[in-house]
Design a protein around this ligand. Structure first.
Ligand SMILES: NC(=O)c1ccc[n+]([C@@H]2O[C@H](COP(=O)([O-])OP(=O)(O)OC[C@H]3O[C@@H](n4cnc5c(N)ncnc54)[C@H](OP(=O)(O)O)[C@@H]3O)[C@@H](O)[C@H]2O)c1
Length: 259
């Protein structure tokens, strides 16, 4: 009734203030894999969960989670599409978000990121999701996070983005995660000098979630951990981040990763 009445006077549902339980977390790529597990575990903790994904109508597990948890809301958001990002940012304009988790990521076709077969369309796609996506998210949500109590911007990076630890293969994916690390660390330093309310106190984190059995990486010749184990460990690491450790690169075990 209320929505209909407001529509009549020109206020669309998207423009109405939307709320979340406190504390709150926004997760990209929350429909499956590590992102879904992060959403599920924060939901179990009683947090307000803004679970975003590209195709909510196909996100059956996430829909079931939201059906059983009043503290979970699902929103359509593609990290490569600024319009969908802005629509969510606008809808939640007056809602503080304690933690933004940049989780959405793609590996890109392995065979098309090898010497002799480089396909730069794949490089563009990987950079668009893994590097530009989190940068877009920070730009759109910086003040939602700055207005919150915890003020954390966390990005799921990868050990393969470590320049020091690299060994070969996945040239595009590795480059995208190294660029993610650099861009978030740079933004962390830059925002320390900002005079806008709350921005100075923002805490950034870059977390390697481990090698996780989500179907993301195929034919990995080393043992993988399960998504629930990874997400629980990532949440524990997020809990430890503070002003002092801001903009460091940590493993899901809490160890410092070499850049
Ligand atoms: N699994 C591992 O071993 C591993 C290791 C190191 C780092 N990571 C990182 O961990 C993160 C999650 O990986 P995962 O293993 O959970 O992978 P996954 O199961 O393949 O899930 C990837 C998620 O990203 C979403 N996504 C892809 N493109 C998107 C876009 N343009 N906009 C919004 N969402 C998008 C996917 O949504 P759709 O369902 O719509 O495609 C999906 O929800 C990634 O950043 C990955 O790089 C994973």
């Amino acid at each position: 009734m209320l929505i209909m009445a407001l529509s009549v006077i020109g206020v669309t549902p998207a423009a109405m203030a939307a709320g979340l339980a406190k504390p709150s977390v926004l997760i990209t790529g929350a429909n499956r894999g590590i992102g879904f597990e992060l959403a599920r575990q924060y939901a179990e903790r009683g947090w307000g969960v803004l679970a975003t994904c590209r195709t909510p109508e196909a996100a059956e597990e996430l829909q079931a989670l939201a059906a059983g948890h009043a503290n979970v809301v699902i929103e359509r958001l593609d990290v490569t599409d600024r319009a969908t990002i802005d629509a969510v940012a606008e809808k939640y304009r007056s809602t503080p978000i304690d933690i933004l988790i940049n989780n959405a990521g793609i590996l890109g076709d392995n065979d098309r990121q090898k010497l002799g077969a480089f396909d730069f369309a794949v490089f563009d796609e990987v950079m668009d999701v893994n590097t530009k996506g989190p940068i877009r998210m920070v730009e759109a949500f910086v003040d939602h996070v700055a207005a919150s109590d915890q003020k954390k911007i966390m990005s799921i990076s990868s050990a393969v983005g470590s320049i020091q630890m690299t060994f070969g293969g996945q040239v595009f994916y590795r480059a995208s995660k190294a660029a993610l690390n650099m861009s978030m660390r740079t933004l962390a330093k830059e925002l320390r000098r900002s005079d806008a309310p709350g921005r100075k106190a923002l805490i950034f984190g870059l977390i390697d979630p481990g090698i996780v059995d989500t179907g993301f990486a195929k034919n990995v010749p080393i043992p993988m951990i399960q998504a629930d184990e990874s997400a629980a460990a990532v949440i524990a690491v997020i809990d430890t981040y503070d002003r002092k450790s801001s903009a460091t690169f940590l493993r899901y075990t809490g160890q410092t990763m070499p850049w």
